[in-house]
Design a protein around this ligand. Structure first.
Ligand code: CU
Length: 359
């Protein structure tokens, strides 16, 4: 009779401790928004593990503390405690039950993993390249253009085929839950079906050098229509690799699709004086500077005029040229490198263009 009361007490206490503990674990290890089909079974496994952890912790702690408090030695009781030997039934139970629980979690994990990595119907391939310290995404099924942002159509299964140009990196968007390493000299794959429209970030999850922590890229999950518009825009964008330096130089001069102050706003090509000297016949010309010295307009001088516009001022002109091109050119060059994998030098392009402008 008294034993039965203890068992009822302990059972009730185990339950009472398990429930809040489960919610505490959920709060401490809060998961970010679940934005992919893969997140659903993974979050279910998290729930299963949290329940098991909360239950086991309660089971052990409640039994231990209950015994320590309820079966305390009474004052004046100096007798020995009862001598207890093994309890075979109990030992079989606490060996067999955990064995099956652990096996069960193992099978659950294996089946889920197998499901997540297996090929899906009508999946779309995207190539992911990681390098210290940037990401680039190519769309071989959409004419192969590439983008520094990963744009994904919602509810479309994608397979990422990934490679690294230098060291180990790791593709990880917490909202998608799944994660995969990028290994130099080897192609790894990762499958994702994004289910929530929104903006996310890929972060590199493998320490890969000095700027590892800034190795981020934007991820946009968009509607099918927006994805089509994105593809349309990217496939029409200029392909710099297919242009000559002179053609590119002319484009940089007018601004093209670059977002800096157009050189054309201050420099004419026909000798007209605008805010700055005309580029007509500029290359090789002897330039008179404000301080009375003269200098020949060669590559070095032109490069310096663009990157440090206030270092040498052309006589009769105001120091009006913006000193921003060091940064804007570098950003554009990095973008082209990420998009097309080619290294271009915008100043070299401009010089090639200026050289065509002979008087
Ligand atoms: Cu990295």
């Amino acid at each position: 009779m008294r034993n039965r009361n203890h068992i009822i007490n302990v059972t009730a206490l185990v339950f009472i401790v398990t429930v809040p503990l489960y919610y505490l674990l959920r709060a401490i290890y809060a998961l970010p928004q679940a934005a992919s089909a893969e997140a659903v079974p993974i979050d279910q496994m998290f729930t299963g593990h949290f329940i098991a952890i909360a239950f086991l912790f309660s089971l052990i702690m409640v039994f231990m503390l209950y015994s320590a408090f309820v079966f305390r030695r009474k004052p004046g009781d100096d007798t020995d405690g009862p001598h207890i030997h093994s309890n075979t039934a109990l030992e079989i139970i606490w060996t067999v039950v955990p064995t099956f629980v652990v096996l069960g979690f193992g099978i659950w994990g294996t089946v889920t993993l197998n499901d997540l990595v297996s090929a899906k119907e009508n999946e779309m391939t995207i190539e992911v390249t990681g390098q210290q310290w940037s990401w680039s995404f190519a769309y071989p099924e959409q004419e192969g253009f590439s983008s520094p942002t990963l744009v994904l159509p919602v509810d479309q299964p994608v397979v990422l085929k990934m490679g690294s140009k230098d060291v180990l990196h790791s593709f990880w968007v917490p909202e998608f839950r799944v994660k995969q390493d990028l290994v130099p000299g080897q192609e790894t794959t990762l499958r994702i079906t994004p289910t929530e429209i929104g903006d996310y970030k890929v972060r590199c999850a493998e320490i890969c050098g000095t700027a590892h922590s800034t190795m981020l890229a934007d991820v946009q999950v968009v509607s099918a229509a927006e994805f089509d518009a994105f593809v349309e825009e990217r496939t029409q964008a200029p392909v710099y690799a297919e242009m000559t330096p002179e053609e590119r130089g002319e484009m940089w001069y007018t601004g093209g699709e670059a977002d800096w102050a157009s050189c054309a706003g201050c420099h004419s090509l026909d000798g007209t004086r605008l805010a700055g000297p005309s580029w007509l016949g500029l290359y090789g010309r002897t330039e008179e500077l404000e301080d009375g010295t003269t200098i020949t307009a060669d590559d070095d001088y032109i490069r310096k005029s663009i990157f440090e516009p206030n270092a040498q001022i052309v006589a009769t002109y105001a120091p009006a040229m913006p000193a921003v091109f060091v940064d804007t050119f570098a950003a554009k060059e990095a973008e082209i490198l990420a998009n097309e994998g080619i290294e271009i030098d915008i100043v070299d392009d401009l010089i090639a263009f200026i050289q065509t402008l002979e008087e």
